[in-house]
Design a protein. Sequence first.
Length: 187
Amino acid sequence: MISASETAAAAYFAGSEAVATWGALRSVASHVRPLGPISTGNVIRFRAKQQTQALPDARNAADTLKTMSAYLPVETVADTAVSQLLKFERFPADWDGYGAAKPVKSSMDAARAFIRSLAPESIVPQPALHADGNAILFYRANDVYAEFEFVGTTIEFFARRGDKEWSSEFQVGAPLPAALSEIGFSI
């Protein structure tokens, strides 16, 4: 038969709400950290607000458990864009059925490096693939549009905000042109 402390600990780790008397939890109380305990007499309610992982404490010969938070990393918009570029890189020649070229690795690498160089507060463009195999990044919002094509060590861009339009190029790793900073890109 499972003891009350094991039942309470199992319920806590499973993410459900467990109610047990403090006396029943005494043996595991030093190893379980309640998340927002609410005390009512000698009863403590453990509310699991996150998944938790129990790991054996290597320093303790008795193999008692200590808990560690198991927060999953949050995927950012930049992570999603980089992931899509990695998928594009695996496309074969004629990936579109109309004779498109195989994705150019150096172009994909430059596009990923560009996304990773963007500041956290920067807008992040979405990836696309040109039929010639070059990586394209684009951003579209209300009155803003920007498109980047990565050709060798050059980034060609077209940008528009309202009635203003810019078209130019800059080198990979160079500072952003003022037009792109005005739209909301920042490195």
